[in-house]
Design a protein around this ligand. Sequence first.
Ligand code: FAD
Length: 436
Amino acid sequence: MSAHHQIVIIGAGTAGITVAAQLMLKEKSLDVVIIDPAAKHYYQPAWTLVGAGTYNYKETERDMAPLIPKGVKWIQNAVKEVQPDDNKLVLNGGEEISYDYLVVCPGLVYDFTLVEGLEATINKNGVCSNYTDPLYTWQLLQEFKGGTAVFTLPATPIKCGGAPQKIMYLADEYFRKTKVRDKTNIVFITPGAVIFGVDPFKDALMEVVDRKNINLRFFHKLMKIDPVNKVATYAITANQNAPDRLHHNKIVIEGEQYFPEVAVGETPCVTETLAEVMVPFDLLHLAPPQVAPDFVRHSKLSYRDGPDKGWMAVDINSLQNKTYANVFGLGDVAALPTAKTGAAVRKQSPVVVENLLHMIHNEGVLSKDYTGYSSCPLVTGYGKMILAEFGYENKRMSDPLLSKFFDTSKELYSMWVLKKFGLPYMYWNLMLKGKA
Ligand SMILES: Cc1cc2nc3c(=O)[nH]c(=O)nc-3n(C[C@H](O)[C@H](O)[C@H](O)COP(=O)(O)OP(=O)(O)OC[C@H]3O[C@@H](n4cnc5c(N)ncnc54)[C@H](O)[C@@H]3O)c2cc1C
């Protein structure tokens, strides 16, 4: 079986629905098809709050069917292969669809195999993730009786880079409420060099870290999880000869072991080259390693080499594929030097829509208006939030209306209200309808 459509959109997530809805608002007569096997659509940003017991998981889930914009055809199947030289794709089961224009936005997938032992233990044995099962995170927070709580992230790009630390700040506050914080070490272990890459948010977050007495560990790459002995093993990727640069608010966790063995107490042995550390934990929250879906990774649409290998290759301002002019990519799958968020999708979608219409109507040059906007609502406690907004090169970019009334680099109750009530409302009622 085969069919042809003017515009084919792969993925009916945040990006796919938003682009489809905006296209329909601009031009009802377009022939648009959206392909996605999922029966449900999720508002993922609220999973941070679900993991901390302050949002109902059921409210993050909606049936897909009513979200598909009127006039758009939904094919409930998965794309198996893209053949951009022939303007064609193949679905699971072998059906072929050809297109004039293609929009690729299937998000990303979790690759648990990139951390030894993770596949067998995710969502059990004290190893949780708001990315995969926020209700299990909440269960663990409630059951926690003290010990070491590790919050960590992988060395791959991840969606919403702030999510692994937001749940940590909420956990800290929750542990104070349940009176276990004084017998708990909270440790944030990252492959990066900083807690957050954009000023002034970084400084604001370091104040939160100090106030909450959190131990930060930098340049640590998660290699292995041993769920039986509850130990996470990290490779140390920089500053191997300067252990003090690996820590902020340094603590020594009982039973932790460095390789080769060194004294990591008061006077660390700076002549040794640290290679690995084994960190015992009682609770481990992590973002799983994340990669582009197979059909993108193995297609001609993605980078073959380099740091963006496997992610979809697009012009970072027009979002047009680097090789095929009639193909656009946006959302988590796109190789863009900014954070992968729904907020970024909101600014990317109108650029893709404008460019598709330009091409369909032969209307001159493409828009290059996407300048990397992304934002991260950094929840720092129940009722507190910093809203980090930024663009390419980690430059701060503030919403003109919000910044008129609020300094969003401060912890504000108003931003928490925005996160918990305002943004979900805007998502379901405006963004997915093509109106925001
Ligand atoms: C815990 C967590 C917290 C987050 N917090 C925030 C936040 O506070 N703010 C924020 O802005 N963003 C946040 N995000 C990120 C945000 O949810 C994503 O960046 C956004 O959803 C990306 O949109 P997308 O359309 O690219 O991918 P998605 O919304 O994930 O959609 C991808 C769609 O593609 C479909 N698909 C996959 N493979 C195929 C295939 N082969 N064929 C057809 N369809 C396919 C999937 O079924 C899915 O429906 C968070 C995410 C998580 C997990």
